[in-house]
Unconditional design. Sequence first.
Length: 182
Amino acid sequence: MTEEQALQPPPALVLVPTPALILWVGKVVDYSVILIGGAMAAMIFINVVLHAMHKDLAWLTELGEFLMVWVTFLGGAAAAQRGAHMSINEFLDKLEPAGRRWADAAVQAFTIVIFAVVMYYGVGIVQGSWGSVLTTLEWPMAWQYMPLPVGSALILLFTVWDLILILRGVPREQRYLSDTEH
């Protein structure tokens, strides 16, 4: 940031209230990630203790793998709602605000296309795997694949909302306010 840019006043706040549904879904995603992460930490601890005693619970390992898939895709959705997904901003940060806005819109539009495709094929994978079961838990394999379309749908929800905000002219600094600022 140049000295001239640092001395300029911040852009005017563009107030666009986030719909209650998006806020609620975001909270459900956040708490799900926390609960699954806590359950996984407890299961790993139990598994380590059991292995120290030369014991094994195969179902505990399989449940941990199952939860890892869920927390991965839900964590991706949690990142999407905060604009925290990985990005390389060296080029984007050099753009003027109008150029940055259109670049952000293009990135979000591309993301929407990618996750729409992933969700579409994910639904097909889930539909095709109801006849198989997990080895030790004996749950339908479809539950193991379900995070793919569910997480993609959640990412789509947050990304589409972000694109709407971009097109309404809301700057990046205001699109990702903390929960207390909404």
